[in-house]
Design a protein around this ligand. Structure first.
Ligand code: ACO
Length: 397
C-alpha cells in the first residue's frame, strides 16, 4: 500500500532527533536543548560539536582533547593536497573542490566504515560504546577537523599560493582564518566567525542533513555521507544563496535603487535570495543572531554604510514580498545575514557556502551518529506516473 504523495516531503517526519528542533511557526531553533541565541554568541565550534556528538558540553579536559584531535585532522593527506591542487588548476569551484577533498579523506585512513578500528583519536574512548559507534565518532572528529584545512588549502592554491602550515594551537575558527590569510586573526574576528559557525551548526532535517542520514542509513560510512551532504549543500536553494544575496545588495548600490531593482526582479519572476524558507513562516531566528553579530562587528570598524544599505534592502524586500505574495509568509532567512557577516569578516563571496559547511559538518556527522544508533534504512516510495504496457518491437533494435 502506498500513502499519499507529499511533494518535497514537506512536513513529513522521517526521524526522531535529539540534536536540533526547528519551530517554523514561532521562529525558534533549539540546538541540543539550547536556544540558538543562547548558544551561538558564547560557544566555540568545538564546544557545539561536542554537545551534538555527546549530548552534553565538554569539561575542560574533554575540550582540550577534542581541540588536539581537530588540530591533528587539519594535517591533510598529501594525496588530498595534490587533488586540491588539480582542482584549483582545473578551475573547480570551492564547493566542488570541497566535495572532492572530503571524498579523498579516506586516504587518511579514517575509520571509514562503522565497525572498523579507528585511528587513534584521543578524545574518543571506546568505553561503554559499541565499536561501530566509536569508529564513527572518530570519523566525525576527523572530518570536522579537516574542513577548515580543505577549504583554505584549495582557496590558496586557486590563487596561486601554497597552503600554509597548520598551527595546532589554534581553535578551528582561528585556524581557518590563519590558513586562509597567513595573518594572526584578531579575537573579534575569531569570535564573530565562531558565532557564525555555531549558528549554522545544525538545523533539523534540512536537505544536506537528510542526504547524510540517507547514506548512513544504508550502513555506509561517514566520509560517503558527508560527501553527499556537501553536494546537497551546494545548490542555490539550500546553502548556495548567501553569495547571490550579497550580490543583490552590491547591485542595488544605493538606497534609492532598492525598490526599483527588487521590484524588477520580482516582476521577472526571480526569487529574492536570502528570503523565504521551507520551514520558517516567520523570521529565521538565526538571522537575528547573525544580525546582532554583524551589527556589533560593523560598528567596531566595518563598512557601516554597507550595513545600513543592507538593512534598507532587507526592509524593502520584505515590504515588496508582502505586496507581491500576500498569501506567502516570506521573511528573512539565515543567508542574508550570513552574507553580511562573512563579508564583514573579509571572506570573499565564493567562500560563503564552504564556510557554512565548516560549521554544518559537525551537525551532519552528529546526525550520522544518531542514524547509526537509532535509525532504519530510509527508503521512501515514488508514485509512478510514466507509461505502462509498452512492448519491445524490432524497431527498438
Ligand atoms: N523570492 C520571491 N518569491 C519567493 C521566494 C523568494 N525568495 N521564496 C519563495 N517565493 C515564492 C515562490 O515563487 C512561490 O510563489 P508562487 O506560489 O506564487 O509561485 C512561493 O513563494 C512558494 O515557493 P516554494 O519554492 O514552493 O517554497 P519553498 O518552501 O520550497 O521555498 C526556498 C523555500 C527554496 C528557500 C525559497 O524560499 C527560495 O528559493 N528562497 C530564495 C533562496 C534562498 O534564500 N535560499 C536559502 C534558504 S536558507 C538555507 O537553506 C540554509
Amino acid at each position: 500500500m502506498t500513502s499519499a504523495l507529499v511533494s518535497g516531503l514537506d512536513s513529513v517526519v522521517a526521524a526522531t532527533t535529539r540534536l536540533s528542533h526547528v519551530d517554523g511557526e514561532r521562529g525558534e531553533l533549539l540546538i541540543a536543548g539550547f536556544p540558538v541565541e543562547e548558544l551561538a554568541p558564547h560557544a566555540t565550534l568545538e564546544q557545539a560539536a561536542y554537545l551534538l556528538w555527546h549530548g552534553e558540553l565538554p569539561d575542560a579536559a574533554a575540550l582540550a582533547a577534542l581541540r588536539t584531535d581537530l588540530a591533528v585532522a587539519r594535517e591533510l593527506p598529501p594525496a588530498t593536497v595534490a587533488l586540491l591542487r588539480a582542482a584549483a588548476e582545473s578551475g573547480a569551484t570551492p564547493m566542488d573542490a570541497l566535495r572532492m577533498g572530503v571524498a579523498s579523506l579516506s586516504l587518511a585512513t579514517p575509520p571509514a566504515s562503522p565497525g572498523e578500528t579507528p585511528r587513534a583519536v584521543s578524545s574518543v574512548t571506546p568505553a561503554h560504546r559499541p565499536a561501530a559507534e566509536t569508529a564513527a565518532l572518530a570519523a566525525a572528529v576527523q572530518l570536522t577537523g579537516a574542513f577548515p584545512a580543505l577549504v583554505a588549502a584549495h582557496w590558496r592554491l586557486r590563487r596561486g599560493q601554497e597552503p600554509l602550515p597548520n598551527r595546532p594551537e589554534l581553535s578551528p575558527a582561528a585556524a581557518f582564518l590563519w590558513l586562509l590569510e597567513g595573518e594572526e586573526p584578531t579575537p573579534e574576528r575569531v569570535r564573530a566567525l565562531g558565532t557564525y559557525l555555531c549558528t549554522v551548526v545544525d538545523h533539523g532535517l534540512n536537505a544536506s542533513t537528510f542526504a547524510a542520514r540517507v547514506v548512513t542509513s544504508t550502513g555506509s560510512d561517514l566520509v560517503s555521507a558527508v560527501t553527499a551532504a556537501v553536494g546537497a549543500l551546494k545548490g542555490p536553494l539550500h546553502g548556495g544563496a548567501p553569495g547571490p544575496a550579497l550580490d543583490t545588495v552590491f547591485e542595488i548600490g544605493t538606497a534609492e535603487r532598492a525598490e526599483p531593482v527588487l521590484r524588477a526582479k520580482l516582476e521577472r519572476g526571480e526569487r529574492l535570495m536570502g528570503f523565504g524558507h521551507r520551514v520558517y513562516r516567520v523570521r529565521d531566528p538565526r538571522a537575528d543572531v547573525l544580525g546582532a553579530a554583524a551589527e556589533r562587528f560593523y560598528r567596531e570598524g566595518g563598512d557601516a554604510s554597507l550595513y545600513s544599505l543592507a538593512r534598507h534592502v532587507e526592509a524593502t524586500a520584505l515590504r515588496l514580498l508582502r505586496e507581491k505574495k500576500p498569501d506567502r509568509r516570506l521573511d528573512t532567512n539565515v543567508e542574508f545575514y550570513t552574507a553580511l557577516l562573512l563579508h564583514g569578516l573579509g571572506l570573499p563571496t565564493d567562500l560563503f557556502t564552504p564556510t557554512f559547511a565548516i560549521g554544518r559538518v559537525a551537525g551532519w556527522t552528529a546526525h550520522c551518529l544518531e542514524q547509526l544508533r537509532e535509525g532504519r534504512l530510509i527508503r521512501p516510495q515514488a508514485e509512478y506516473v510514466g507509461p505502462r504496457g509498452r512492448r519491445w518491437t524490432a524497431a527498438n533494435g
